[in-house]
Design a protein around this ligand. Structure first.
Ligand code: FAD
Length: 507
């Protein structure tokens, strides 16, 4: 139970600072060239490029455009992904590492081009990205990363000082990267999609996609046919490609508070660290400057002190930047691929018309843009220099240490959580504001008691693949420890891959 109140209002700054938009739900059976399931950065980038190329498209979004991970990101647009290049060179060789750097740099320029061509007002600015450490013991690693990146022709430097208001031991700096307001950007691109046979549908959850000639997209509001389908739901809602076993969900937290302009550091930052890394940037807001600090990431449902993550970020913002009040707190999760590369391409080797993009490992502003570019090229039959590198059907290291551990964790939770604590906890043990797995008449039940004392009961079995959900105290959601689906206290879906809500329990 929380002892101290959590800082700020529980909403993403990007969502709070943009107007609500309102596209209709699907209400008739329609047919388009390309159906795109999911209106995040992948879906809207692909839709924009395909429509520009003369295709009719329909974006089908379960909730609202740019309200998923893209609405909860930090929105640093960079090819400096913490530490990646020395590992890629070691594991895959220089050619692939160079292609990774080039493709992400190209994605940054694609965003810049859209912003210019469409005159998008989204606080886009060029700035440097830093991966830093305050500890001398990491300097050698940072220097190695700098040398690897520079050898690939990336705009890398090694520095001992930065604009941060505290000393660092060293940093890799990439110049001419960018930051932006992700929702202003996506909503503006989305605005150009409907019309001339193209559509955006919101509040329309896709239940499944049946590949064929044409493909059928089955939604809760009716069906839609399309020659090709892009499943851009962050983790694909379709299980055939086994992406749920080739990537794992990683949750990360953010807080935002206004900073005095003279204390605001120029640039975007991430520090090294397993969990207690810090991701830092600023953004303009009505003549003021908001400092955003992120971190405390962990594999979904793998820690017991999620709510403390927000408090630790608040403390960091106060101590290091003199932030007096935290205005916002939010969190989300992205999928980490086992070989560090995203999966972009066909759903399975046998698919002819169904495409996916996932596994951005919390760097999907560039990789999501890249996915939209690559998938639109595949559908248009255009050559793409990175199609092979990111081929979603490539042989992946199912047997890497990390993947074995993750899939072992899933198996243990699938079996173990069903019996854990059975008969030990009852409804009386659930305090106001708390969620717990309790036993009612011999059955495990997900119980939440709201602040008014009313109890909300749901089946604890995730409708995706049957794992038992866990309570997330910081965000008041149920979440699946296996594949990352998240649900409200009433069982509604917050995040897939689940396409059905938690089952209701009547007592
Ligand atoms: C805390 C955090 C910070 C991050 N910071 C950065 C950063 O600074 N830089 C960076 O490059 N990356 C960052 N990332 C990663 C980046 O935000 C994501 O990789 C990217 O936004 C993913 O985009 P997407 O389009 O795949 O997913 P989403 O934006 O989630 O879009 C998928 C959409 O599909 C919809 N959907 C799901 N199921 C269905 C269904 N059944 N039917 C219809 N629609 C459905 C969802 O509602 C959602 O809108 C961060 C991630 C996190 C979690």
């Amino acid at each position: 139970m929380n002892v101290l109140p959590l800082p700020g209002q529980p909403v993403s700054y990007w969502i709070d600072s943009t107007l609500k938009i309102d596209y209709p739900s699907l209400s008739e059976n329609i047919s388009v060239d390309v159906a795109i399931v999911g209106g995040g950065i992948v879906g809207i980038t692909a839709a924009t490029l395909l429509k520009r190329a003369g295709k009719t498209v329909a974006v089908i979004e379960a909730d609202r455009i740019a309200s998923g991970v893209t609405g909860h990101t930090t929105a640093k647009l960079t090819s400096l992904h913490e530490l990646i290049y020395s590992q890629l060179i070691d594991k895959m060789g220089e050619e692939k590492a160079r292609a990774y750097g080039e493709s992400n740099q190209t994605a940054i320029e694609q965003v810049a081009r859209f912003v210019k061509e469409e005159n998008i007002d989204c606080d886009f600015s060029r700035t440097s990205a830093y991966t830093f450490s305050e500890s001398e013991s990491n300097v050698e690693t940072l220097e190695a990363e700098y040398k690897a990146a520079a050898s690939l022709g990336l705009p890398a430097h090694f520095v001992r000082h930065s604009p941060l208001p505290f000393p660092i031991a060293g940093a890799v700096r990439f110049d001419n990267q960018a930051q932006f307001h992700p929702r202003k950007y996506i909503l503006s691109l989305a605005d150009k999609i409907p019309g001339n046979g193209s559509y955006i549908f919101e509040n329309t959850r896709v239940k499944t996609v049946e590949e064929g000639e044409p493909c059928s997209v089955v939604t809760e509001c009716g069906n839609l046919t399309a020659k090709d389908v892009i499943v851009a739901t962050n983790l694909p809602i379709l299980d055939q490609g086994l992406y749920f076993a080739k990537a794992h969900p990683k949750r990360s937290y953010l807080v935002g508070g206004f900073i005095e302009p003279e204390k605001a550091p120029e640039g975007m930052y991430i520090s090294l660290g397993e969990r207690h890394y810090r991701s830092i940037r600023t953004t303009p807001h009505n003549g003021q400057t908001l400092l955003i600090v992120g971190g405390e990431g962990h594999k979904t449902a793998s820690v017991d002190d999620e709510e403390q993550g927000y408090s630790r970020l608040e403390e960091f913002a106060r101590q290091r930047f003199g932030i007096e009040e935290i205005q916002y707190r939010w969190s989300s999760q992205d999928f980490v691929s086992f070989d560090k590369l995203p999966y972009i391409g066909k759903l399975t080797p046998a698919s002819n018309h169904t495409y996916v993009a996932t596994g951005f490992s919390l760097w999907g502003m560039s990789k999501g843009t890249l996915s939209g570019m690559l998938l639109s090229d595949l559908i248009l039959g255009r050559p793409n220099p990175w199609a092979e590198l990111y081929d979603s059907t490539r042989a992946t290291p199912f047997v890497s240490g990390q993947s074995v551990k993750n899939n072992f964790d899933v198996a243990t939770r699938w079996i173990g959580d069903r019996f854990k604590g059975l008969d030990k906890t009852s409804l009386q043990d659930v305090a106001p504001g708390e969620g717990k797995l309790v036993t009612i008449e011999g059955e495990k039940v997900a119980a939440y008691r709201d602040e008014q004392g009313e109890v909300h009961l749901n089946s604890p079995i995730c409708p995706h693949l049957g794992c038992v959900v866990d309570w997330h105290d910081g965000d008041k959601t149920w979440e699946c420890p296996c594949h990352g689906s998240r649900f409200t206290c009433d069982g509604d879906i917050v995040q897939g891959p689940a396409v059905k809500k938690l089952g209701a329990i009547e007592v």
